[in-house]
Design a protein around this ligand. Structure first.
Ligand code: ADP
Length: 480
């Protein structure tokens, strides 16, 4: 069954862009065209209300003559007509009057008593203030097309007993022509924006998607085992970084592949030598009874030991690399463990003239996987024994510095050239690949050491000078 993929980047981008453009244009249409009239009406009503409030404040503070200036300036500022009536029994006498705008219904009506009464009753019913837009009150005979009239009526009683009615009034001009201009404009704007947005979305989608699909192609190549795929990409930091990561992965895979081939070559060589020896000696001893000597048997024993150590190394490496081996931390004395490893090797190697010494500073408890640390010691010791010089001396020292116990394994051999130092920890790396191969190990020992010490977060290293031997060391924190 074919896998159902999620949407393509470009489709998604175009969809989001279209949605964004729709929302923006929708807002524009809504506010500029559909609601413009209402918004303008509401603004006008609130202006008229401001003027009436200013008039009310002025009248509360002073008598009509003194208040006239403040009321007039408010009226002119907001282009709103204001008339103040004194109330004696009914709405009667005009106390102040500012006629500042043509479309005013009060002035057009010429003091329409019915309208005044209606406004007075509305204000009284609403607790002294009436604010509103009266649509049917168009511009009267002079302005029949006006869309409505904005009113604010306030009833006011002064301390001296006189009563006033303030009527602020302004026209709400019809916006039909403005709206149709805006509509035409918006149509063009909408079209232009839609086309531009679509173009932009396509452009972005292409520039984002192209490096990604290039990386995808490269990754497929990689999966097919072609490690030379090109992952360099330009455009975005994320894709560049992804490209670099893939490049790194490809190089690592290529390296692993190379090492794997080398391993097969090495292992088959390393297996063949002892097998040939074992087979050869066994045949000799079968055919010539006089050859069944302890020396010949020892050769078979030695070669068998080499084979099993090779197989053990390979098993360890594969366990570490696959991560199946769990660390089992416990507290133990590093000094005693090192001394024990030394004595084990000493017992085995002293008959052959080796001098393996341990110099310690006393108990140093550490928390680590004892079995693994012992393996580190064995690997370092067996290397030192392999490579040490004529004097066949190997020294293991244990010191405690700043809360860390340091174990160092020193030999007196040829040492390691500076150029090789960083590489000896790699899997299957052997310094002298040609001459020593048959004589020494698998090239795995130090990589096992490194894996174990890395897993412990331990510091480790080697100092070596050609001709003066090597000093392999590691450090673990002492537990209190
Ligand atoms: P091997 O099994 O070949 O010893 P290792 O991983 O243990 O593999 O070591 C890698 C290489 O590092 C060895 O081939 C050897 O050339 C070099 N090496 C390791 N230990 C020593 C040492 N004590 N003195 C000199 N060279 C060493």
């Amino acid at each position: 069954m074919k896998k159902a993929y999620s949407m393509k980047i470009s489709t998604k981008l175009i969809l989001w862009f279209s949605l964004f453009v729709l929302v923006v244009l929708g807002c524009l249409w809504l506010f500029q065209v559909l609601l413009l009239d209402d918004i303008y009406g509401a603004v006008r009503v609130s202006e008229v209300k401001d003027v009436a409030e200013a008039a009310e404040k002025a009248l509360e503070a002073a008598d009509t003559r003194e208040a006239a200036y403040d009321i007039g300036s408010a009226a002119y500022r907001k282009l709103t007509c204001v008339t103040v009536y004194r109330i004696v029994n009914t709405v009667s006498e005009v106390a102040l009057d500012f006629h500042v705008s043509d479309g005013c219904r009060i002035h057009d009506a010429g003091g329409d008593a019915e309208l005044l009464n209606r406004l007075y009753i509305s204000a009284r019913n609403e607790g002294g203030t009436y604010v509103g837009r009266i649509p049917e009150l168009g511009g009267g005979k002079h302005h029949p097309t006006i869309a409505g009239s904005a009113f604010c009526v306030k009833l006011l009683s002064r301390a001296n007993g006189s009563e006033y009615m303030i009527v602020a009034n302004a026209e709400v001009t019809p916006l039909t022509s403005t709206v149709s201009t805006l509509r035409r404009q918006l149509t063009w704007i909408s079209l232009t924006i839609a086309i531009l947005a679509l173009g932009l979305a396509l452009l972005i989608a292409r520039t984002v998607a192209r490096p990604l699909s290039k990386l995808n192609e490269g990754a497929k190549e990689l999966a097919r085992g072609r490690y030379g795929a090109d992952f360099r990409s330009r455009g975005y930091r994320e894709t560049e970084e992804l490209g670099e990561t893939l490049q790194y992965a490809a190089e690592e895979l290529a390296q692993t592949e190379k090492l794997r081939r080398e391993l097969i070559a090495n292992v088959s060589h390393d297996l063949r030598t002892p097998l040939t020896m074992i087979g050869g000696y066994a045949e000799i001893m079968r055919d010539i009874p006089g050859e069944i000597t302890p020396e010949n048997l020892q050769i078979i024993v030695d070669e068998t030991a080499r084979l099993s150590s090779l197989v053990n190394d390979l098993l360890d490496v594969s366990k570490f690399m696959s991560g199946t081996e769990q660390m089992r931390a416990e507290i133990f004395d590093m000094s005693a463990t090192a001394a024990e490893a030394v004595s084990h090797y000493a017992a085995m190697m002293e008959p052959q003239g080796y001098r393996i010494r341990f110099v310690g500073e006393g108990a140093a408890p550490v928390r680590a996987d004892r079995k693994r640390i012992r393996q580190v010691l064995y690997n370092l010791l067996s290397n030192a024994i392999h490579y040490t010089g004529e004097d066949k001396a190997v020294t293991v020292t244990q010191t405690v510095i700043e809360g860390r116990v340091r174990i160092s394994v020193r030999d007196t051999g040829e040492g390691i050239a500076a150029a090789d130092l960083p590489r000896i920890w790699e899997r299957y790396y052997k310094v002298d690949k040609v001459h020593r191969r048959a004589a020494v190990g698998t090239g795995l020992g130090l990589s096992i050491v490194k894996s174990i010490l890395d897993a412990h977060g331990a510091k480790f290293g080697v100092s070596s000078e050609p001709g003066r031997g090597s000093d392999f060391w590691f450090e673990l924190p002492v537990v209190k």
